[in-house]
Design a protein around this ligand. Structure first.
Ligand SMILES: [Zn+2]
Length: 49
C-alpha cells in the first residue's frame, strides 16, 4: 500500500468544514479556509472536518 489517495466520493474534494460547537457542516470551499468561516447557526469559527 503506497498510495495516499482515498477514493471515496460523496463529500467535496476539499472535505468539509465543521462547527464543533453545534455540529453544523458544510462543504469546504477552495480558497476559503474553514477557520475563517463562521457557523451560520451559532457564529462560532468552523474547523476542518
Ligand atoms: Zn455552530
Amino acid at each position: 500500500m503506497g498510495q495516499g489517495r482515498m477514493g471515496g466520493g460523496g463529500a467535496g474534494p476539499g472535505g468539509e468544514c465543521v462547527c464543533q460547537a453545534c455540529g453544523y457542516r458544510e462543504p469546504h470551499q477552495q480558497g476559503q479556509p474553514c477557520n475563517q468561516k463562521k457557523c451560520p447557526k451559532c457564529g462560532q469559527i468552523m474547523t476542518r472536518g
